[in-house]
Write a protein that binds this ligand. Structure first.
Ligand SMILES: [Zn+2]
Length: 377
């Protein structure tokens, strides 16, 4: 505890928010507090199925079978119905929340009514430190920490990223690299604050970085920062991440594969950098092409773990809760068959959206799919 107290003092001296500066042993109330939760309107996350009202998902709807897909998704194009059925079969009940979210013709976005998840070491030196909607991953290396994404604001970066690292006994100033998956404000909003705090190098694709800079969402590329390109190896100390260019969600979305270990076993994790389906046909097609590209890397590197930057991308709330309750089982390790099923589910959902959009255009009868106000985060 002495060490943690010293850490807190050293961070406080570095200029962090004064309301949680402490001068003694750390306890929960000494960390940056979590923000108060604002309940969502029920329609924002879809109707809650009976029996699924409870945390950890806060009643987020799930699709775990073809019948549930038919009932929830409402596709009318024959091709879309077929693809959606294939998606439900491919997911095989393993990602109920994600399957609901993936196939676009269901209400709700990444926002969710759910308690904040506990910060957790999910693999050796790989930590889940995000909020209830956005997963944030901190990857410890022999030369510091790689952070994946930065949440949507200084306040959230401080409360969750900095606060949760301290709750886990990590020093936020050890962040040496921040990789930003794509240019959406729920991933970029905390970048400037964290860069100022840690001096970390930033990495992002040029196309999304240029767009973010133009919008004032991110600091301009500085000395030491780097652009990320397809196939790039990003190394810090004893860890190397492989970047895969996966445009579609945004023009410059990046995904990553990297080795992890747990209980003495080696695994390969695939981290998907963009989640929600875009609203334009060309972008949906590009996204599907990107997923196929990512699947090539999954196959070559034999990925057996699915990670996401949103809790609706890997059923993260369920997994964190399960692992917190029973640390002897790691639900993120799903195996090769399930990784393939996950890819097929995602691809089939994009295909269903493509089918429905073309059908709507051809029949002159646009459904809620094209007109729907998406929340593509
Ligand atoms: Zn996004």
């Amino acid at each position: 505890m002495q060490k943690l107290g010293e850490l807190l003092i050293s961070v406080a001296v570095a200029g962090l928010a004064s309301q949680w500066v402490i001068d003694g042993a750390a306890s929960a109330q000494d960390f940056p507090p979590y923000p108060e939760q604002k309940p969502l309107a029920a329609e924002r996350q879809g109707a809650i199925a009976k029996g699924r009202e409870d945390p950890p998902n806060g009643g987020r709807p799930e699709i775990n079978s073809a019948d549930e897909m038919r009932a929830a998704s409402g596709y009318s194009a024959p091709g879309a119905v077929r693809y959606a059925t294939l998606a439900a079969a491919a997911a095989d009940g393993k990602w109920g929340v994600t399957t609901y979210y993936r196939c676009k013709n269901t209400p709700g976005g990444t926002a969710i009514n759910a308690p904040y998840p506990a910060p957790l070491e999910v693999f050796d030196g790989v930590y889940s430190i995000g909020d209830h909607a956005n997963n944030i991953w901190a990857i410890k290396t022999s030369e510091g920490i790689i952070l994946l994404d930065a949440l949507g604001s200084r306040e959230n970066a401080e409360a969750f990223i900095v606060g949760n690292m301290m709750r886990l006994g990590l020093d936020p100033k050890d962040i040496k690299i921040i990789i930003v998956s794509h240019n959406h404000d729920d991933h970029t909003g905390g970048v400037e604050y964290l860069k100022d705090l840690t001096g970390a190098r930033l990495g992002m694709t040029k196309i999304d970085w240029d767009a973010a800079t133009a919008e004032g969402a991110m600091p301009a590329k500085a000395d030491g920062d780097f652009y990320i390109v397809d196939g790039q190896k990003i190394t810090l100390g004893d860890r190397t991440l492989t970047a895969v260019f996966t445009p579609g969600h945004t023009p410059g979305t990046i995904s990553l594969l990297f080795p992890v270990t747990w209980k003495g076993q080696d695994h390969i994790a695939t981290y998907a950098g963009g989640q929600g389906s875009p609203n334009e046909l060309a972008e949906l097609v590009q996204f599907r092409t990107s997923l196929d590209h990512l699947a090539v890397f999954n196959d070559l590197m034999q990925s057996d773990v699915v990670l996401s930057n949103h809790t609706v991308g890997d059923d993260g709330l369920t997994k964190v809760a399960a692992m917190t309750a029973d640390p002897s089982v790691n639900p993120y390790i799903v195996g090769r068959e399930a990784v393939i099923g996950y890819h097929e589910m995602w691809r089939a959902c994009l295909s269903a959206d493509i089918e429905q959009m073309i059908h709507d255009g051809a029949t002159g009868d646009p459904t809620a799919l094209a007109a729907r106000e998406g929340e593509p985060h």
